[in-house]
Design a protein around this ligand. Structure first.
Ligand SMILES: [Fe+2]
Ligand SMILES: [Fe+2]
Length: 245
């Protein structure tokens, strides 16, 4: 894995509106796999994501640690499940996708990049940066059109949202779809894109972020096999045995 700055250079260079639309079309068909949610989690047991500075464990351990912390806090079922599956979109790695379009902070494309996007200087190599429409303040969007009408850079968040969108409540979908959108949920950028629904959802996304970042503070790595009965039951409350990926 190249260093973090090198990673962001690639990410910010190649995440154009054109790229995002092509990836949404390609992966939105959900014709890549037919499998259960727990099966996908087991695949993640073999994956350490070196682009994630906050997670040193395998992705399965990160999923279970996040979910267990949420569970211990007495959060509702859907929230525990969301914590478990929030990063499962990283299965894109197994579909041959490059790191720069799987992970990293996400940001809107098709309008000016906000000041507080991490490594913003690397947009200098992105062709959209020089497009008069895409680099204008509002770009292709109408103020307060709602984030659901905004194209974010493509990664594991958007992909997992597409996989889950028929199965989970809106709060869960917002967490999954926007958890890497740090310039919005943590830095307060892009308020001009939000509608009333997004204002409500932001509270949940912020709440989730604490668990996501705090999961590495859990001391003992959770045991996949002993937690399996609880989590397979929880998954079955929301998902059929197999879903399209
Ligand atoms: Fe993530
Ligand atoms: Fe995560």
């Amino acid at each position: 894995m190249p260093g973090i700055p090198q990673f962001y250079k690639e990410n910010h260079t190649h995440q154009t509106l054109e790229h995002v639309l092509a990836m949404k079309q390609r992966y939105g068909r959900l014709d890549n796999a037919w499998m259960g949610v727990w099966e996908a989690l087991e695949l993640m047991d073999g994956l350490v994501d070196s682009a994630d500075p906050d997670v040193k464990t395998t992705q399965a351990v990160h999923a279970l640690q996040t979910a267990e912390t949420v569970r211990r806090d007495g959060q509702p079922d859907w929230f525990i499940l969301t914590a478990l599956i929030h990063d499962l979109g990283k299965i894109l790695y197994f579909m041959g996708e490059s790191q720069w379009t799987v992970v990293g902070d996400t940001f809107p494309v098709g309008c000016r990049y906000a000041e507080k996007i991490v490594y913003r200087e690397f947009f200098a190599n992105n062709p959209d940066f020089y497009d008069s429409l895409y680099s204008s303040a509002h770009g292709i969007y109408t103020p307060h059109c709602g984030l659901r009408n905004v194209h974010l850079s493509f990664g594991h968040d958007e992909y997992m949202y597409m996989v889950c969108k028929n199965y989970l409540p809106p709060e869960a979908l917002a967490i999954i779809r926007y958890h890497s959108f740090y310039s919005w949920h943590t830095e307060g950028e892009y308020a001009w894109l939000m509608d009333d629904h997004d204002v409500e959802m932001l509270k949940w996304v912020k709440q989730f972020n604490k668990y996501d970042l705090g999961s590495n503070l859990v001391e003992d790595p959770p045991d996949l096999e002993s937690l399996k009965p609880f989590y397979t039951d929880l998954i079955a409350k929301f998902f059929p045995p197999k879903i399209r990926w």
